[in-house]
Every structure is written in C-alpha cells, then in structure tokens.
Design a binder for this molecule. Structure first.
Ligand SMILES: NC(=O)c1ccc[n+]([C@@H]2O[C@H](COP(=O)([O-])OP(=O)(O)OC[C@H]3O[C@@H](n4cnc5c(N)ncnc54)[C@H](OP(=O)(O)O)[C@@H]3O)[C@@H](O)[C@H]2O)c1
Length: 191
C-alpha cells in the first residue's frame, strides 16, 4: 500500500516557516540541496527545475501525488505558479480558492483523512504531504513516514510542523544523513 510521507524542512525548534511565512532564515546547505534534488526530484517545483539544472521532465522517483493546504499553495500562486508540481497530481485543500483550470490540480474542500485513505487504496507511488502545519495536524494519524530536513537554526516563533492537540505519536528513526553545515535529513517510520 502507498505511504503518506511528510517530507518537510524544519528549524531546530520545529518551525516550517517564520510567523509571516519567512523561509530565508534556513541556512543554505548546497550539498543537501543537491542531494535532495537528486534523491527526491519530484519535490522540486516544475518552474524551478531549470534553475537547478534539472530536466523539466525528470521522472518521479518516490511520489506521484502531493497534498497541500492553501497556505502552502498560495506563495507559488502569487508568482503565477498555479500548478507548482505539474509533474504530480496535486490536491490543494481550501474552502475559499476557486477551481484551477488544470487537470493536475484539484482544489478540495473535503475531509483530508478520507481523501488520504482513498488514495492509499489506489495503486501508485507514495503520497507526499508537502504541508503546511495546519493540514499536517489533521493528518497525523495517517502519516506513515516523516522525512525531516533539519536545519541548524532556532526560529523562536513561526508556523509549526504540526498544528494539533497534544497527542504524542511515536516514530522510529530508520536512516540519517548529515550535510556540511550540520543540516540533517532523518527518516522516521511510525513505531
Ligand atoms: N519548510 C517546509 O518544508 C514547508 C513545507 C510546506 C509549507 N511550508 C510553509 O508553511 C506555511 C503554511 O502552513 P499553514 O499551516 O499556515 O497552512 P496550510 O496547512 O498550508 O494551509 C491551511 C489552509 O488550508 C485550508 N485547509 C486546511 N484544512 C482544510 C480542510 N480540511 N478542508 C478545506 N480546507 C482546508 C484552509 O484554507 P481556506 O481558508 O482556503 O479554507 C487553511 O487555512 C507557508 O508559509 C509555507 O511556505 C513550509
């Protein structure tokens, strides 16, 4: 069965963005970026692939579907990217956005757990939970794997990786990789 994988960049104190959506405070880590572009090419937005020296049609390796909340989708939309991951089937959760005229993008106002269970029952590659914290908080119980790109910085405040009630869920580390700046990628499977 397909896994739901939350692949996300976080600060040491668990924030995926600053209070106003800032992301430029994460210390750049060129070797991690190069590694991640190579290992998870489908997580590079379609319109940025050329910038990273990637083929626009680089094949998907791990994911063929991505889930985003409106807060995650909107920054791309603001720069004209209405289908930021055109190489993936994109589900954008929103009760306010209008439909997008692209079969790769579905604006959905539905129960995320029900949608994920339905997707898991279908054949395919794994499902990437892109974020943000609001959507991830609703999907904690459905997440099979966390891939955490941890940057050596404390934000102090911001948007948490999960907005949810206190309900500890245990995961076990299965792999860890360290990069030149001290940034780490860690893989955790549900314990
Ligand atoms: N560091 C990283 O790797 C990373 C990854 C992803 C995102 N981010 C950042 O995270 C921030 C966004 O996170 P966030 O937690 O504020 O927001 P979010 O989870 O991306 O989006 C929240 C919005 O999604 C819609 N939504 C959520 N659940 C829904 C449901 N069940 N049904 C219908 N609509 C639903 C609502 O929009 P409506 O009001 O339209 O209903 C809600 O306001 C951005 O700054 C983004 O850049 C960082």
């Amino acid at each position: 069965m397909r896994n739901l994988v939350y692949y996300v960049a976080v600060s040491l104190d668990g924030y995926i963005a600053g209070p106003q959506g800032e992301f430029d405070f994460y210390p750049m880590c060129d070797d991690m970026t190069a590694w991640s572009n190579q290992e998870y090419p489908e997580t590079v937005p379609t319109h940025l692939r050329a910038h990273f020296g990637m083929a626009v049609d680089a094949p998907n390796k791990s994911f063929d579907t991505v889930l985003m909340g409106r807060g995650t989708y909107e920054p791309g939309l603001a720069v004209g990217a209405s289908s930021p991951y055109n190489h993936l089937k994109q589900f954008v959760f929103s009760s306010t956005l209008a439909p997008v005229d692209n079969p790769q993008v579905e604006i959905v106002d539905t129960d995320p757990v029900g949608l994920v269970r339905d997707l898991k029952s279908q054949p395919g590659l794994d499902i990437w939970l892109c974020g943000g914290g609001n959507l991830a908080g609703q999907l904690i119980d459905e997440i099979d794997r966390l891939i955490i790109k941890s940057y050596p910085v404390v934000a102090g405040a911001g948007i948490p990786a999960f907005s949810a009630n206190f309900k500890p869920a245990r995961f076990q580390v299965t792999r860890r990789q360290e990069f030149s700046t001290g940034a780490q990628t860690s893989w955790f499977d549900r314990a």
